[in-house]
Design a protein around this ligand. Sequence first.
Ligand code: FES
Length: 119
Amino acid sequence: MSDNHLTWHKVADYIHEPDFAENQIALVSVNGKKICIARVGESLFAFAHKCPHAGGRLSEGYIDSHSCVVCPLHRFKFDIRTGRNVSGEGYHLKSWPVKTDEEGIYVAMESKRSSWFRL
Ligand code: FES
């Protein structure tokens, strides 16, 4: 038996540190995993690097005017705030909370913690 807990991981010291491409998406490594960070205005969003449909690299897609990432392979769209597949194919994009403070930018990811001590 295990529980999921969120752990905050620092990904950058400030908003302009990640190497954002022209499409405003940066590829970063969090806890050994490659994920995308998108910048919309002064807000940041974190979501999976690989598209849940067939593994398209979302870092090579673009963010449309509704804050959706458009996959470069088959153009499915995902709301980067919720992971919802707004183009209707029924997939879900993994996304993670992002917070910023004066010390940096953080992404929260689940970590499994054993609950053996509850036996
Ligand atoms: S791989 Fe992304 S839409 Fe098909």
